[in-house]
Design a protein around this ligand. Structure first.
Ligand code: DGI
Ligand code: FE
Ligand code: FE
Ligand code: FE
Length: 187
């Protein structure tokens, strides 16, 4: 499948506004990749597919997590986390993506994890700060991203964790570990 066919297929999986978000993530991921020394083609490919499963029915995602042996502990946490590992499975099996780094960037774009690769950081950060995003603190993340991939991403995880605490929701352990790991590297 070439780039244009892939874009057409992903676009058909989501409402217009989510496709606009995806285009924003594509552009931002390419800029960040060039800035921080990551392959922009891989960053763009992961960005195109990162939210491919975002609009799947909850039951379908849960079935896939069980049937395909994806981490079952996800089922005890917010459903918003599920589309990332499901999306990586879909990218591999329905879009023919074989590059494990690209698949990792899709798989961890929501939760993060300890010791993220630079490509994973770029896609996760692009998802936070693409031009269509508006949330308290997003401008600070954009400013930090001009000089530090890690500091900008840390600010992103801080904002997600504050939001989850505010809402009384649980925090998935990989996100805690991602944030701790960034702080350890920044000392
Ligand atoms: O799919 P997007 O909306 O573009 O963004 P995303 O994939 O980063 O999903 C973010 C949502 O996931 C956001 O509403 C917060 C929610 N979420 C729930 N539990 C957790 C979580 N996000 C992280 N990072 N960690 C969690 O434990
Ligand atoms: Fe997402
Ligand atoms: Fe995100
Ligand atoms: Fe997204």
């Amino acid at each position: 499948m070439n780039r244009e066919q892939m874009i057409a297929k992903v676009k058909a999986e989501m409402p217009e506004r989510r496709w606009l978000h995806t285009e924003g993530v594509m552009e931002t991921a390419v800029v960040l990749a060039n800035r921080f020394g990551v392959d922009p083609a891989r960053a763009e490919l992961a960005a195109i597919l990162h939210d491919v499963a975002k609009y799947w029915p909850t039951d379908r995602m849960a079935d896939m997590i069980r049937d395909k042996g994806l981490p079952a502990e996800l089922l005890a946490y917010d459903k918003e986390l599920w589309h990332a590992p499901v999306g990586a499975w879909v990218a591999e099996h329905e879009y023919g993506v074989a590059d494990p780094e690209v698949l990792g960037a899709i798989r961890y774009h929501t939760s993060g994890r300890r010791g993220m690769t630079k490509l994973e950081k770029v896609v996760c950060l692009a998802d936070y700060m693409e031009p269509g995003r508006e949330f308290p603190g997003v401008d600070r993340i954009r400013e930090l991203s001009l000089r530090s991939l890690d500091e900008a991403l840390l600010a992103g995880f801080d904002s997600t964790m504050s939001f989850l605490i505010e809402k009384g929701k649980r925090i998935f352990p990989l996100t805690l570990e991602a944030r701790n790991s960034l702080l350890e590297n920044n000392r």
